[in-house]
Design a protein around this ligand. Structure first.
Ligand SMILES: Nc1ncnc2c1ncn2[C@@H]1O[C@H](COP(=O)(O)OP(=O)(O)OP(=O)(O)O)[C@@H](O)[C@H]1O
Ligand SMILES: [Mg+2]
Length: 289
């Protein structure tokens, strides 16, 4: 189901996805000169990218590069200052509710409620996403199985490990089977085993449900291993896009994705982001460890 973003549930009133010349299928995500300013500061600067259906697309870049701001615009949480973005064929600014029905979002900061059980968290998400009542139990059971949390379903999330929390959040974000899943640093602060488990879930979601994934990460190895294509962001701009292999070849013989990152961003720790960004990233990592 990677080709057509329209489904029967759209009904007769559905808005036809925007297409150029009505021939090429609309990509899962498309931005044109997408820009977001905070006051005089430009956090995302005229970004134009396309993510194809079924792709795992990575956004990498130093702290403060604009990755989360991009995701917030694509998930309709933040209005663009200028430019355009379409997700699953719908305009994020003009058709936000049509976009929201087709996306899942795993935010950079933790979103699961620690005082509730895993099951209760899933129940809340199911209600939020308007999953029909007669499907609730089955969907939650499937989601728990997909992320290996059946046995922990009735435990309070406060007692979960970091990997279990992230897995639960992925299950919450995909209960309604979105067309596109946005995951902002889904593996930050996780140990290698939990890290691997999260990626297994993400791959399974793509394989079983044909989901498109847009993921941010600071881990170059994971971007290299798991992403079909990667965009490097720097100071709000996308400075290069390509498959990990193509990007590495562009930088040099035997280059790693780390070399690609340094080549395109010249990143030194003090260059990107500010104290608040780093503090926030560390806080998320600490809460997951
Ligand atoms: N609500 C806001 N008000 C003012 N500035 C903001 C706001 N949100 C983000 N910024 C600034 O925009 C820039 C981009 O932030 P963003 O969170 O998108 O970066 P990022 O690439 O996700 O960084 P990180 O890797 O640390 O998560 C940063 O300089 C940040 O301080
Ligand atoms: Mg971020």
């Amino acid at each position: 189901m990677t080709g057509d973003v329209r489904s029967a549930q759209d009904g007769p009133g559905a808005v036809t996805p925007v297409t150029d010349g009505a021939r090429a299928p609309e990509p899962a995500v498309r931005t044109r000169d997408l820009t977001r300013r905070f006051g005089t500061f430009t956090a995302v600067d005229a970004v134009s990218i396309e993510v194809q259906h079924g792709e795992i697309f990575g956004l990498i870049g130093p702290n403060g590069a604009g990755k989360s701001t991009m995701i917030k615009m694509l998930t309709t949480l933040l209005p663009p200052t200028s430019g355009h973005a379409w997700v699953a064929g719908f305009d994020v600014a003009a058709q936000p509710s049509l976009v929201r029905r087709r996306i899942g979002y795993v935010p950079q900061l933790l979103s699961a409620d620690g005082t509730l059980t895993g099951y209760e968290n899933l129940l809340l998400s199911a209600q939020l996403y308007d999953i029909p009542h007669h499907r609730l139990a089955e969907r939650i059971r499937e989601a728990l199985a997909m992320v290996g949390l059946e046995d922990a379903a009735n435990d309070q999330v406060n007692r979960y490990s970091g990997g279990m929390v992230r897995s639960l959040e992925i299950a919450q974000a995909t209960l309604h089977r979105p067309t596109v899943l946005f995951a902002d640093e889904p593996t930050v602060g996780l140990d290698p085993v939990a890290h691997m488990a999260v990626w297994e879930h993400l791959h399974e979601l793509r394989q079983r449900l044909g989901m498109t994934l847009l993921v941010t990460t600071h881990n170059m190895e994971e971007a290299d291993q798991h992403c079909d294509r990667v965009a490097v962001m720097h100071h709000g701009q996308v400075v290069t896009v390509g498959s990990p292999a193509a990007l590495k070849a562009r930088v040099g013989l035997a280059a790693s994705l780390n070399d690609v990152f340094i080549h395109f961003t010249g990143a030194k720790l003090e260059e990107g982001g500010n104290f608040r960004d780093v503090l926030r990233a560390r806080r998320t990592a600490r809460r997951l460890s």
